[in-house]
Design a protein around this ligand. Sequence first.
Ligand SMILES: [Zn+2]
Ligand SMILES: [Zn+2]
Length: 129
Amino acid sequence: MAGGRCECGGVSYVVDGDLRPVSNCHCSRCRRFTGHHMAATGARTEQVHFASESTLRWYSPEPAVAYGFCSQCGSSLFWRTTARPDWLSICAGTLDQPTGLVTDSAWWMVEHADYHKRAPGLCEFPYDG
Ligand SMILES: [Zn+2]
Ligand SMILES: [Zn+2]
């Protein structure tokens, strides 16, 4: 069972299922939301249980998608889309260590920052993976 939280603890959660390998998303929205690039794992929504979510807020740049963050400490936490309501993407850095996960792919490479150093061994996609 994996657990995670934001920096201040206002949002904390446990996942009672398997987490998918980590994917990096370099799209400009994820870049600005996370401050670098999204490194996201994910799980079925029904398998994510909140011990605390009092400071969790959602930002929707468009109706179909939303980014979850902590309104107190500013941690980037989640991403979701109405195209896949049963799935919650989880910013991997919020998980308690060790996660046992590996990064397997990079998405939206067409928008990666010019300072970004590409990692060998990742399956790269120009857009969505
Ligand atoms: Zn917080
Ligand atoms: Zn993205």
